[in-house]
Design a protein around this ligand. Sequence first.
Ligand SMILES: Nc1nc2c(ncn2[C@@H]2O[C@H](COP(=O)(O)OP(=O)(O)OP(=O)(O)O)[C@@H](O)[C@H]2O)c(=O)[nH]1
Ligand SMILES: [Mg+2]
Length: 693
Amino acid sequence: MNRYTPEDIRNIALSGHGGTGKTSVAEAVMFSAGATNRLGSVDEGNTLSDYTDAEVERKISISTSMLHCDWKGTKINILDAPGYADFIGDAKTAIWASDIALTLVNAASGVEIGTDKAFGFADEFNRATVFLINHVDREFADCDGAVSAIQEHFGNGAVPFQIPVNAGEGFNQIIDVLQMKLVTYTDGKAEASEIPEEWQDQAEDLREQVVEGAAESDDDLIERYLEEGELTDEEIAQGLKNGMGNRTLFPIFVSAASKNIGVDLLLDFLSSFAPGPLDLPIPTAYKEGSEEEVALTVSDDDPLAAVVFKTISESVGDLSFLRVYSGSVQSGDDVFNPNRRANERIGQIYSMSGGKREDMDVVGAGDIGALIKLKDTHTGNTLCSRNTRLQIQSVEFPHPLIRVAVEPKSRGDEDKISTGLQSIHEEDPSFVAGYDAELRQIIAQGQGELHLTVVFDKLKSKFGVDVEVTEPRIPYRETIQSRAEAQYRHRKQSGGRGQYGEAYLRIAPRQRGDGFEFIDEVVGGAIPGKFIPAVEKGVVECMQRGVLAGYPVVDTQVTVYDGSFHPVDSSDMAFKLAGSFAFQNAFMDARPILLEPIYKVHVVVPDSYMGDVMADLNGRRGRIQGMDPEGNFQVIHAEVPLADLYKYSTSLRSMTQGTGDYTMEFSHYESAPHDVTQKVIEASEHDRELVEA
Ligand SMILES: Nc1nc2c(ncn2[C@@H]2O[C@H](COP(=O)(O)OP(=O)(O)OP(=O)(O)O)[C@@H](O)[C@H]2O)c(=O)[nH]1
Ligand SMILES: [Mg+2]
């Protein structure tokens, strides 16, 4: 395979809302470039990119696929990311690892939550955004509406570079204003001709906007443009690249990807005008273990600096997708992984076309490739040269939105399940799992139910563990509302040495979040000083076990103020028991209550769904804190008890037909209503009976 220099590489992440046509674009690109001789379709389940069984079955993308082809001498690397919210982690890392976020917009639906997310990620990582309005051949396609929505959301830097002449059914003509020509598609062939008279004015107007957009990328250019009223082709090209690179210009293209209309024009543009690895800022690298920045240059001759942005399991073993920023890697190289402090030996390298692999000799600066069977390298890790140890900051993975409890269906799989879950987390950090000692459950957390289903399928196929999924317990807390006093004497006389210890305790509520405080007010040696820590230990153990329903007691002040001892029979053990039981007695007299965790929830929905979403939040005992309009969306801020958020992502998505999105974070604890408390107490009694039986 021929080697490409960095200026001849374009790294493109296909991004945007679910179902906008990303995989269809990837297929059309590969077909147009002659990298495949059949235009596959998502509906028939035969695309290069959606090749896994789960994707074919569901007709959606689940995991980022990597594809590559040659377009007139430029190497096009494509990362076809999933659009569904459950797989947002992959969408984020694909944009992180690319230079251009090609963000698809459905001509009939306009800007959606997924568009916003893709734009936000590109902004975060300083990547170029190019919009592609797809589905232009749909009956209800409204390209003007989509352009306005894009401009309303993302500003006037978004400029149409094309006019769809006959949008809607039968769509087959595009005016390209950069080259000022009309392209007509018939039976898979594209033919260029003069722009018809009636479109001339509009095309010229648009061209002016495009040139203006190019000029505005740079002070010198804008000056020249204002003076001369025109720019040379080279200046336009430079201006376009700069404008996209510094995110002042966001070109808008049109297509009907499933019919392979428009994709060739897009490729011409991206290969000739869009920024490549040399034109965009390289992520900051730090000297290993320090905050000292290391400047990288995009050159094969420099020491290696690369990141693993994705890990997939294939029949041959795990493949790590690598983006090289500086230097190069080849098979047999010894490299270093600073995140794991591990050396790695590079084995075979592949270039991918969805599920198909081809051997690749070397991944040079600016390029992307797949490494096989690295020993100890996971998603987000840096690989660098052993001599110049540096680390590139990894992306922050999205916080989980859904939590469930899992247990293996067959006994004896406990070890396998934790190894499996850990390994899946390392491949996909947007999935998190671990044993929660307080809840005594393995809690698995992800971005949505489908995400978790995919994870559990993988757990079964790769690690041989079948799991049962249940609703997780809620980490309630117990506390008191008033002061109380109690005493307990522990005394035992059975044969040999006896046991004796007595403690008097006073307990009082503290402010929420102030925690536990222990005060020793014993005077005159009623309890000898050496036994006081045992009393405290007894109290603490009882608090951890909980009194009301088995949840930890918080925000309580405990004062030991009196007691008695026996010169021979007293011991740490006896005072621990005295402390523990005295606390338990006092607690029940101090108007105990259950506290429940409350989460801050921010829901983003289109205006039209706002009423339904608010009503649903009310039904979940949510308190609406406020609302902010954001374009056509409303952001609803609410506080909702965690107990009522189980599978909220699923409800929200079905309630809003996939257009709603939310984030949640722990806020505080507050007292649970009586009926909830009663239910929790009953459940804990039931559990206790089961354990005792
Ligand atoms: N009519 C029409 N249908 C299209 C076009 N592009 C894609 N489709 C259809 O739209 C559906 C979704 O297309 P995909 O290519 O899977 O969309 P995607 O953005 O990759 O979807 P996810 O990866 O799951 O987010 C499929 O049924 C495609 O055949 C288009 O331009 N016109
Ligand atoms: Mg797809």
